[in-house]
Design a protein. Structure first.
Lengths: 293, 280
């Protein structure tokens, strides 16, 4: 027993300790240091700071821009999650019910996922500024004849469209995997019983896809809620007139441009709490549904 | 019956056409970049749909010089390949330990790792800059790699752990021990090869992440010589806002390497991405 314990500790030192040290210095220590920073007035340079109690959190409560950015981010996430999941589900259904070139379509729709937010955003800046405007003026479509990125409301939808464009192919793959898990006999039975394809989709397929729905909604929600790169490249961090600034961008600007580190970090902690609540709900619902089915 | 079959064929053709049109819409931005990367500024602004009059590579030489392309792609390859390799080795070893030693310590460590996955990067971004900046450690590729190992560890350990518990028979390890292998040999000679399926998933997920990442490198790599592709594309757009030819060429240069790798390894990449999403 004694010797086994000894080897176990030496194994721990070889196998687990290095990774855990790196993990702690990169995630755990900064996380707690971050909570500590929210109670100080540290200015980003030097080592002098004072304790300010809950002043930074009071500042967060009064920071109107932070809360309007939060609402904007929630609105953006809502539309992105709904649209991308709806389109991805329908695409996956179309691909799963027998079609030539299934592989070709999957690969094609997935391609936008390979491109990072910065490059993707700049590609779409060109599309919105030149391609769509050209189409709009040539074909006399008033909706397209102006640059979407220069009008607040349309710039918001531009962000939604590009995000949906990117994530649809990825979510579609997860839904396709879900569809292949549905036993073929069930669909045949439904068809023999006289159910049309919409009824089959509504009453047979959808209930069996619940776990795919949960995965996809959670992935698209966490992606869109923390959007930063696309916000930076497509709308330059908030153009026009700071109307498209999302909450992750706000935290960055607060800390590194306005040099309010304590307040910025307090906002980051609020963001963390919201993400934690969403993740908790996701775990709760998937557990509950697992039990029911 | 004939009528039914005809209707069925019609529906199939219709479905195919609708999907093809959608795919064309999805591909449109890439086609736009490809068409315009070879044209000069006046031609682009005149008609972005026109075919290039001649195949001129002037835009590409301009873009390659201005964004220091070869340097940037080398930095990106260096950082992402080394980070992925180290995440895989460190995390698989730790996951193996945690899966085979089920003490309280292992349980607590595993719980902390899983819970830590909900921390968004924004919550540790400012303290990271504060800590590593005050230690004078920023502005090096190796620190970025170190930060990637720390950021990628939790998810990778979680996925390897599940795989080892369900798919790696302990009998093989016992046989290796009887044959005189020590624990490190057993891991690298017996266990790691058995983890190949999970390793390919992890490599794909992390490679896409590190290759495309912008925010963390932008905080760590301040020196222009250390810039990755994302950083130099951003810098290029900041400096050069009027001349579209080179801008389109730079975007094409960034997109091509990923698309080529994707087309060669599409089967693996797609199954890796699905496995990653479903298991996490």
């Amino acid at each position: 027993m004694e010797s086994k314990r000894k080897t176990s500790w030496s194994k721990f030192a070889i196998f687990a300790l290095p990774t855990l040290l790196i993990f702690c210095t990169v995630i755990i220590v900064p996380f707690f240091h971050g909570i500590f920073l929210t109670f100080t007035d540290w200015n980003g340079i030097g080592s002098t700071f004072h304790f300010v109690g809950f002043k930074n959190y009071l500042y967060v409560l009064k920071d109107k821009v932070f809360w309007s950015d939060m609402l904007l981010t929630l609105r953006y996430s809502l539309f992105t999650v709904l649209l991308s999941n709806l389109i991805a589900f329908l695409l996956a259904y179309a691909l799963s019910t027998g079609i030539r070139g299934k592989r070709f379509f999957s690969v094609g729709f997935f391609t936008p996922n390979l491109i990072g937010g910065i490059v993707m955003g700049y590609i779409w800046v060109f599309v919105f500024q030149h391609i769509l405007v050209k189409v709009g003026t040539d074909l006399k479509i008033p909706l397209l004849s102006t640059n979407w990125l220069s009008e607040p409301d349309k710039a918001f939808w531009a962000l939604v469209i590009v995000s949906v464009w990117q994530s649809v192919g990825f979510l579609m793959l997860i839904y396709v995997a879900g569809f292949t898990g549905i036993p073929q006999e069930l669909l045949e039975a439904a068809s023999i019983d006289g159910s049309n394809s919409f009824q089959t989709l509504r009453h047979v397929v959808t209930p069996l896809m619940v776990s795919s729905f949960i995965i996809c909604v959670f992935i698209s929600l966490s992606r869109s809620f923390m959007v930063y790169d696309l916000n930076l490249s497509l709308t330059n961090g908030g153009d026009p007139y700071n109307t498209t600034e999302m909450v992750a961008m706000h935290v960055y600007v607060k800390a590194f441009s306005a040099l309010k580190y304590g307040a910025g970090q307090a906002e980051a902690i609020v963001l963390f709490l919201i993400v934690a609540i969403i993740s908790g709900l996701q775990v709760y619902f998937s557990k509950k549904l697992e039990v029911e089915s | 019956m004939d009528h039914y079959a005809g209707k069925n064929v019609f529906a199939k053709v219709l479905k195919f056409v609708v999907l093809a049109i959608l795919l064309l819409f999805v591909m449109m931005p890439f086609i736009a970049v490809l068409l315009n990367a070879f044209k000069n500024n006046a031609d682009i602004l005149d008609n972005p749909f026109s075919l290039p009059k001649s195949l001129s590579f002037a835009n590409f030489t301009n873009a390659i010089q201005t964004m220091n392309f070869f340097h940037a792609i080398w930095n990106t390859v260096f950082i992402s390949v080394i980070s992925v390799a180290l995440v895989v080795i460190f995390s698989s070893m730790t996951a193996y330990y945690l899966a085979r030693h089920k003490g309280t310590l292992s349980k607590v460590i595993f719980m902390v790792l899983v819970v830590s996955m909900i921390i968004p990067f924004q919550a540790i971004m400012i303290p990271l800059v504060s800590i590593y900046g005050s230690l004078g450690l920023l502005n090096s590729k190796w620190i970025l790699i170190y930060l990637y190992i720390g950021s990628g560890a939790a998810m990778a350990i979680f996925m390897y752990h599940g795989f080892i518990v369900s798919d790696v028979p302990i009998a093989l390890e016992e046989a290796a021990t009887l044959d005189g292998c020590n624990s490190v040999q057993t891991f690298f000679l017996i266990v790691l090869p058995l983890l190949k399926a999970m390793t390919s998933t992890m490599v794909i997920l992390d490679l896409l992440w590190f290759w495309n990442d912008y925010l963390l490198p932008s905080l760590v790599l301040i020196n222009p010589n250390e810039r990755t592709l994302s950083l130099s594309t951003y810098a290029f757009y900041g400096s050069h806002s009027v001349d579209y030819g080179p801008l389109m060429a730079s975007l094409l240069l960034c997109v091509i390497p990923i698309i080529v790798v994707f087309l060669v390894m599409q089967k693996r990449i797609i199954s890796g991405v699905i496995a990653g999403a479903v298991k996490s």
